[in-house]
Design a protein around this ligand. Structure first.
Ligand code: ZN
Length: 470
């Protein structure tokens, strides 16, 4: 077992606190992206310690803001082992926090602050692990800290990959420190968001107006994030509504449709009750309803059963229609789909075939399916040398790895950009709680252990990859 020097312990905590003190909040729908202070601090620190540093500033024209990322490396030889993290954080609501989220503070083994776990703490571990390392004859250590992971990494990683390709500097392996409670993550489902567009054609029918309320019900935690939605165990308000009211003529639908990846909590459906009995027929009258919504509801009832091939996943796949937009002309339904496949064409075809079944020749509705956003899956064999080396380095440090394989209930991470180029990646991050929530904390002792695990993994990988085969 290697020990961190007191100097290293202090610098780990100092660096983590300094990183947390920059409120690097990102939320594109609120036009929010961090300024360059945090990236500048990181860049200067690495430069002072012998790294070659290149910072990247890429404009997100949609919100008129720049995204800042940092790439640094030390050494000239292969293998190149990249340690991957991100400097952006999801916004914090200070009123829900016990203390200011950007004034990091320590209580026992816990370091509190927005980003303490996700993922400035792990970034501080990676920096500390290699600050004074001389990779000498072994290989190259690379650090990449992106600036928009929480918004998909699209303005950080692809341009950096292009740069690395052009300089012939692509990494051999990638290790990501996303918080994982010491689990080693080698698989994550991909994300595909689609929009189905139908005309909002109207017709009339005789009956009475009725209304029913449906609520989303979660079996486990109460998170409304789609990555934590388990079809079969959980109830999606809009799918439940479509099943219950299957075949009814739908007039209008309301609900808290807020984000593509957030389940609606409540859905209210106005529909036509067609009663035939004599006593109520006096109450019947002619009512205008939406043919498009009626068809959409029939299709939604069976949407989770659509057929397309995927790789195995512990949690299966989830198909969640989270946004319903209705205006006088058109109806748009946005789906958030989490699966172990990168074949978005096959998913698109399956959605198209499914909806088409409900469009009769007489209704003559047009149907359009658009791909809104796509993040590929991460799918590395848990038996690969990289996760095996992480397990070895962790066990040397007294860490019992609870699980190697798929991240359960997790979204995507920046690792996928590399695995989809054929570069193996695996993730191990600290003990923590409350990432993306108030009062986020990370275990300081866990960060210290991981600092050693990261350094030791570099040593083990460079040794095993440069060994003479004899
Ligand atoms: Zn993260």
């Amino acid at each position: 077992m290697i020990n961190l020097t007191n100097f290293e312990k202090n610098s780990l905590l100092t660096i983590a606190k300094q990183l947390i003190s920059y409120p690097t909040e990102i939320a594109y729908r609120k036009q929010m992206a961090p300024n360059d202070e945090c990236a500048e601090f990181t860049k200067e620190l690495l430069k002072e310690h012998g790294f070659t540093v290149k910072s990247f500033t890429v404009r997100n024209e949609d919100i008129g803001k720049d995204v800042h990322s940092v790439l640094a490396w030390k050494g000239e030889l292969v293998p190149r082992i990249m340690f991957l993290g991100h400097l952006d954080v999801v916004p914090a609501d200070p009123s829900a926090w016990k203390q200011d989220p950007y004034s990091p503070h320590v209580e026992g083994d816990r370091l509190y602050g927005r980003g303490a776990a996700d993922m400035k703490g792990p970034v501080a571990s990676m920096i500390t692990a290699f600050l004074d390392l001389d990779p000498g004859d072994f290989g190259t250590v690379m650090l990449l800290f992106s600036g928009d992971e929480e918004e998909g990494g699209f303005y950080s990683i692809p341009p950096i990959i292009e740069f690395l390709k052009s300089r012939n500097l692509l990494p051999t392996y990638v290790i990501n420190g996303e918080p994982s409670n010491h689990e080693i993550v080698t698989k994550r489902r991909g994300l595909a968001q689609f929009q189905v567009i139908l005309p909002n054609k109207k017709q009339t029918s005789v009956g009475r107006v009725n209304k029913q309320v449906f609520r989303t019900a979660k079996s486990g935690d109460q998170s409304l994030h789609t990555a934590r939605f388990t079809p079969g165990a959980d109830v999606h308000a809009l799918i439940a509504a479509s099943k219950t009211l299957f075949g009814k003529k739908i007039i209008h639908v309301e609900g808290d449709f807020l984000k593509e990846n957030r389940l609606p909590q409540e859905v209210i459906v106005h529909y036509i009750e067609e009663t035939m009995d004599e006593s109520s027929s006096l109450l019947n009258h002619e009512i205008t309803y939406s043919v498009g919504l009626t068809i959409a509801f029939r299709a939604l009832a069976g949407i989770t059963g659509i057929n397309f091939p995927t790789e195995p996943s512990i949690v299966g796949r989830s198909i969640a229609p989270n946004i319903l937009e209705i205006d006088d002309e058109i109806i748009k339904i946005a789906f958030d789909i989490r699966t172990m496949t990168n074949d978005t064409k096959a998913i698109q075809k399956a959605i198209h075939e499914h909806f088409s079944q409900f469009i009769t020749p007489t209704s003559s509705l047009s149907l359009e399916i658009r791909l809104l956003r796509n993040s590929e899956m991460m799918n590395v064999d848990p038996e690969h040398l990289l996760p095996k080396t992480l397990v070895k380095a962790a066990s040397e440090e007294g860490i019992t790895v609870p699980h190697v394989g798929e991240k359960i209930g997790g979204g995507s991470s920046d690792s996928r950009f590399f695995t989809n180029l054929g570069i193996p990646a695996a993730e191990i991050g600290p003990i923590h709680d409350g990432s993306h929530s108030p009062n986020e904390w990370v275990s300081i002792s866990s960060l210290m252990k991981l600092t050693i695990v990261y350094r030791r993994t570099f040593e083990l990988l460079t040794e095993s990859l440069t060994q003479d085969p004899w």
